[in-house]
Design a protein around this ligand. Structure first.
Ligand code: SF4
Ligand code: SF4
Ligand code: SF4
Length: 257
């Protein structure tokens, strides 16, 4: 029996393209990965893809920071059976959303001498505009959930993405807690797992690059960080670096007010 290959579209919006690169680089683990799917649209791989689909799966990278992106994203959603956000920018705003806390014109003129061609809007995750069927978190997206995504595509099953905190992975590795033992401002308790507690395993506090854990108690962590001597400004920065538009991290960031 010949199984039909899934038709995949990969769309990039405002970001560094690191997650798309991570997807292509993934072949080093499973050589057959890309051959097992028909990638009909991916600008990093081909210049003449089929932008209009239809797609069995659309993978979306990057935050939405321009209206044309939101318009195209809605079309992609209509043309796709499943739509998956890949990487922190797409999942929760990521680095592009840092600008949401600043004056738009000031941000633009800091980078571009002539801003007349720019039509930038506040940065939002993909889910702000369309229904998302799953998220591969991380900056760049983590290998555990990427493996789960690729295997799920090949086996035609629903992916089972990690939904626990970095602390769970950290404890499973037997690490000494940097927050409790060394007063380090670790964001592990409110950050989604998937990196195998990479930073705490090297004695570095987590800075939340996998974005917020759903329903994380950021208010409690922000209060703890204050008690530990962190300034409100530092706490604000920690909660707005990789998840500014999310309710979870806004709760922590509000400690500044
Ligand atoms: S999540 Fe990180 S690696 Fe991925 S596109 Fe955004 S900035 Fe780049
Ligand atoms: S070091 Fe950080 S990630 Fe590890 S258990 Fe402590 S708070 Fe959690
Ligand atoms: S420990 Fe935190 S900052 Fe380090 S890779 Fe994991 S999520 Fe990112």
């Amino acid at each position: 029996m010949i199984l039909k290959k899934p038709r995949i579209g990969v769309f990039k919006y405002s970001c560094c393209a690191g997650c798309e690169f991570q997807l292509i680089y993934f072949q080093k683990y499973i050589l057959e990965t890309l051959g097992a799917a028909d990638i009909i649209y991916c600008q990093m791989l081909q210049s003449d893809g089929i932008e209009e689909g239809p797609f069995d799966i659309a993978l979306i990278e990057g935050a939405i920071t321009e209206t044309w992106q939101a318009d195209q994203l809605k079309k992609v959603r209509k043309a796709s059976t499943h739509l998956i956000a890949i990487g922190t920018c797409a999942v929760c705003g990521g680095i592009p959303a840092i600008k949401n806390n600043q004056n738009e014109l000031e941000v633009e003129t800091r980078v571009y001498p002539d801003t007349s061609a720019l039509h930038s809007i506040k940065a939002h995750p993909v889910e702000h505009y369309v229904k998302v069927d799953g998220s591969v978190k991380g900056c760049p997206m983590g290998e555990r959930d990427l493996t789960e995504l690729v295997l799920s595509l090949l086996l035609k099953k629903n992916p089972d993405f990690l939904e626990s905190s970095v602390c769970v992975e950290c404890k499973l590795k037997g690490n000494i807690c940097l927050l409790v033992a060394y007063n380090e401002p670790c964001m592990g308790p409110v950050t989604n797992a998937g990196c195998d507690a990479l930073c705490p395993s090297y004695n570095r506090a987590c800075f939340s690059c996998f974005g917020p854990l759903k329903d994380a108690n950021s208010a409690a962590l922000a209060a703890q960080l204050l008690k530990m001597g962190q300034s409100p400004e530092d706490i604000f920065r920690r909660f707005t670096e990789f998840g500014q538009p999310t309710i979870e991290f806004q709760t922590g960031a509000n400690v500044k007010k």
